[in-house]
Design a protein around this ligand. Sequence first.
Ligand code: MG
Length: 189
Amino acid sequence: MKTIMLDMDNVITDGSFKELIEEFLNTEINLEQTTEYDYVQKYTAPFKKEFWEWIKDKNFYENAPLLDNCKEVLERINDKFNIFIVTSYLWKETIDLSSNNLKNKYEYLRKELPFISPEKYIFTTNKNLLNFDIKIDDRIDNLKGGKIKILFTAWHNKNISDEELQKENIIRVNNWQEIEKILTKELNI
Ligand SMILES: [Mg+2]
């Protein structure tokens, strides 16, 4: 059975990062016009100390919906692949409070995707050290070590050209239906 590394943030769910920052700053953030991965740090830089003090007890996954079709596709393929959810939980600004984030991530996955065993969760920041048959992530660096590399479109990677992706043998997907199509093809080979 082929192994899949499945990223959590911006692949399974967008969480409620943006909404929390908007609440803190009392303004709207348009991710269409943002290309930086670390937009949280950028927008909150002038109020760094207050922001991290305010956010440290918040749950980024409370009321956060799964991305469209994520659950349905995962339910259909779960017994056909060996799927691991690989996700980072460390917040470098408040590193010793990261255990809250770890707990929130764990509880979210248990509640929203109960058919994936917690034994299949890998909490790490060093995803590029892991080898998998198929890797699905929204960050190119995390796809290293994958025989098949699938990049999930997000605000920070939308400007990476097809040429650049081709060079690295990376396939871009925009939604979960496209993931299912690629994986179904894999099963027929
Ligand atoms: Mg991600």
